[in-house]
Structures are given as C-alpha cells and as structure tokens.
Design a protein around this ligand. Sequence first.
Ligand code: NAP
Length: 484
Amino acid sequence: MNKEVTEFIKDKTLINGQWLEAISGKKYPVFNPATGEQIVLVPDMGQADTRLAIEKAEQAQKLWAKQTAKQRSIILKRWAQLVETHLDTLATVLTLEQGKSLAEAKGEVTSSINYIDWFANEAMRINGDVLPPSAEGNFEFVKKRAVGVVAAITPWNFPNSMIARKVAPALAAGCSVVIKPAEDTPLSALALATLGEKAGIPAGVLNVITASSGQEVGQELCSNPIVKKLSFTGSTEVGKILSRQCADTVKKLSLELGGNAPFMVFDDADLDAAVQGAVAIKFYNSGQTCICANRLLVQDGIYDAFINKLQAALSKLHLGNGLNPETTHGPLINEKAIHKVESIVKKAVDQGARVVQGGTSLPDIGKQFFNFSILADVTPEMDIFKTEIFGPVAAVYRFKSEEEVISLANSTNYGLAAYAYTEDKGRIFRLSDQMEYGMLGINTARFVSETVPFGGVKESGIGREGSVHGVDEFLEMHYVCIKN
Ligand code: NAP
C-alpha cells in the first residue's frame, strides 16, 4: 500500500472536528473482500457516541445555516476539488474495502465529485416565493430553511458516492449531518470526511459514526428528537424498520430502497446494443446495485440469439482482485452474500431454470467470488422473479407480446429502475406511459448522473436524490403573512 493510501485509512472517526475512538473503547475489523485480509480496526460505536455526535451537530448547524449560500458553496467546491486531487487514492481505498475494480471505483469517486460540485452550485439557487396576496394589503411570502440535523445511513455497494449524494445537498441547504456508513465499508466515508475537514467544513457539521451493527446507532438516530430528517439508502426491509422508528418524532424521510429492475428486449431491438446494455447494468459492481437488471425479459424471436451473444460478451470480462489492472469485476461483499446468491441459484434450478454458464462460487480465486452466470428458461412462477439477486447472475425470461411484458415488468412491489430495448417509436411512448418505475432507460442502461432525479416509486422508496430537486429534500417551507 502506498503512503498516501495508508494516510487515508483512518482508525478513528470524525465527531465535532475531532478524530475519536468509541467511548467504550471497542473496535471492529474491516476486511478486504478480495483477499479476506484485515485492513484496519475502526471504532465500534453505539448509542452514547451517536448522541454526542447529534448534540454537536445541532450546535454546529445553527452557525452553518447562518453562513451565506456563497460561503457554503465555496467550501463545497473546495471539497470537490480536493476529492478530485485525491481521486486515485480514494478509488484505491474504495476498492480495498468494497472489492470493485479500480476502473469502477474511479467512476464512483468521479460521480461523487460531480454530486458535490452540482450541489455547491445548487446552494446558490435556494429561493423562496413571493405570493399574490390572499387579502387586500397583505404581504405574503415563503422562505426555505434547512431542516436541521440530518442522519444519513448508507449501504456498502457505493460507499463513496452514497455519502456525497446525501451530504452535499444537506450541507448546501445549511444542514449538518451524522453519517452511519455500512459496517463493511466505513473507510470511504472517513476518507471523504478527512477531505471535507481540509476543505473547511466547520467542526460538527459533518460527523461519522462507525459501528459493527446498525441497530443501536440507527435506533438513536431515528428516535432522537434533535434529528429532523433521515436520509437512508439500503434494503426495503431495513427502510421499513427505520421509517417506523422515525414515526414517533415525525421526521422528514428520504428512502432509497431495493429494486427488481426489468430489462426488456423486444424482437425489433438492436441486439448488440441490448447485450452491451445488459452486461453493463446486470454485471456492474458484480451485480450488487439497486438498479441492476434483475429480470432480463427477452422476446421469443431473439431469445436464443440474445443468450448466445450475452455468453460471448461475458467471456471478455475478468473476475479478480479489483486492484489488478486487468480486473473488470470484483468479489461479492462478504460470505453471507455468496451464500445468498448460491441459494437463489439453487432454488431457481430446482424450480426448472437451466444453467447456461456459471451458477457457482469460485473458491480458487477467493472465498467471495461468484462466477458470471446465465440462467435460461426462468419463469415468473419461480421465487427468483420476486427476489433482488444482488450477484452476477443473469436470469433470462421469455415473453411473447408487449402487453404481456409490461404486465410482467410491473408485477412487483418495487419500482426503482426499468430498461427497454426497442426500435418501435410508438412502443417507446407506450412504455414511458405505462412503466411503474421512478426511472426508465430506453435503448440505454447507464443514465445515472448528478442531473438525474434518482429514486423509486412503490416500495423502492420516497424522495429523490440528485438533480434540481435534490436540495428540496433537506429544506422546509416557512410561510409568512404580514397583514397591512
Ligand atoms: P441494508 O442491510 O439495508 O443496510 C443499509 C444500511 O443500513 C447499512 O449502513 C446498515 O448497517 C444499516 N442498517 C441495517 N440494519 C439496520 C437497523 N436495524 N437499524 C439501522 N441501520 C441499519 O442494505 P445493504 O445490504 O447494505 O445494501 C443493499 C440494499 O440497498 C439493496 O436492497 C439495494 O437495492 C439497496 N440500495 C438502494 C439504493 C437506492 O438508491 N435505491 C442504492 C444502493 C443500494 P450495517 O452495515 O452495520 O448492517
């Protein structure tokens, strides 16, 4: 490990401008999922640490919100610049703790820079409204104010960009934040906090709580009345628990939850583009993203051709340690994830799916590697149809008509991202009307950027991250009526 990477791997966390151990003195290990080696021990924090961070965040927020939008914007811009300067190092830290290839890690850190920079600009555009008077002589207006202290709970699959996408708009709005990164991947959050501090984010405005279990910390973040907003990204199951816990203090909520994305390929599609899209979005981060193509729905006439081309495309990918330059895809996050994917595949096969390739883990490479896999003859009656796979397994279904596939695609409780490949312009408009998803890609599978209102409908969540709407999630409207 080079010296700069070592300097960014922290064994303490940032609370109120100080790098601290847990009050209990406890620590827990962070592992490299490619090798199983321990990278570092980090503080294993609990309720008392969380409460301290919340109280310090409350004091700091009052002053931060008083700064002008321009002052906040300048600090955020400086943060973005520092992340850019240290892009390669942050990407290495990300690969070490999460496993994805360096190329993917650099892409993720770049997206963080874009989010921070975007919200630095959005800070300058937080305007209110002057209303037409509701009675003669009245002067009425609406101000937008920061909600206050924000809790941010993030997952392990994008440990860098999920922080940027929440913290940058919160800070732009004038909020302070207590972040609880995932147990497996706290190091990117700490590296970003290091640079945030250097950029001039005041003490207490950005705080990180590392913990080996989310429950105790989550309980405090959700029940403490000082916290006015929870921004959570993770599974639908945990999102439901947290929203129940937030109910007693009626917190504002943003929930970015699970997905079950359909990827529809019609007979008239550009087949090579569809296969390229499927590889890009199904196998991105080794299949561990909420917008991964979870159900590949392919029309009868091109079904076999699609599978053949998909198999050929997969032969060009390289599984391995993400730090190796030739690696395109890394391991799964932990052994539990391997067992989960194994059992999903086994059940599908027991229920009649056919393994075209893969279907097994690859212990020769490492304990947490799963082979690029294709399952054919998968049907909506199988359990896999309703399951978020979260691994490099392409489950390919067959359909006959447009009506049938729209109904199949929508028959899920999730509604995050959907994809379709077709050259029929009428169909493109019908799909854009009928798909019950927060985001729809037509003839493209990679559309996420800071300009996009990222988020889902149904049980995929509440609220949007990114875009011109992203800051609104961290603001409250205050109406004022002045009687003449
Ligand atoms: P997860 O198990 O829900 O965990 C997410 C975060 O919540 C982690 O920081 C976790 O901490 C914490 N957590 C877990 N149980 C908790 C509890 N009872 N109280 C408070 N915090 C708790 O999800 P994951 O496995 O990390 O991530 C995968 C899921 O996230 C998938 O369902 C995926 O679709 C979804 N996701 C959604 C989006 C989106 O934008 N919609 C983006 C990425 C991922 P620990 O790590 O300590 O358990």
